[in-house]
Design a binder for this molecule. Sequence first.
Ligand code: FES
Ligand code: FES
Length: 173
Amino acid sequence: MRVTMTVNGEEVTREIESRLLLVHFLRDHLSLTGTHWGCDTSNCGACTVWMDEEPVKSCTVLAAMADGRTVRTVEGLAKGADLDPVQEGFMQCHGLQCGFCTPGMMMTARALLDRNPDPSEEQIREAISGQICRCTGYSSIVRSVRWAAEHEANGCPAHGSNEDSTQVEEEVR
Ligand code: FES
Ligand code: FES
């Protein structure tokens, strides 16, 4: 079958098998390998992308279901060379180690901040409760999201910051 969708602002059309999952469509047909395939059982959240502005686990969605819709992946988070504040926050606050969970965490965090620009630690933890991180521990991830929230609230440019991360962590505690 043929599917057409808008991925990170660009319309794409591909011939696919109807059983193809969205995660594999993104990775194998579009080479958007930032979306990770972790468990295939909807547990880990590493495959999280947006479909029509809503986070979805792309291992639970057929590519055919995205036909005619808008998809955003972690590759679509930055604006050109400018990182999204969430990406900057993860960098500043050590929100990742191996990075496997990170794309899904970031897509979920961005969606949270878009609907709640000032989330509490509890709200952040609830938002990422569908994501599993096997190495960082969740405290630094929560700090990363708070960093992004504080940065956006202060109207600070998130891009190209050279702030010392220890100092930043003190600010968001
Ligand atoms: Fe989709 Fe783990 S690969 S939730
Ligand atoms: Fe390794 Fe989260 S940073 S799984």
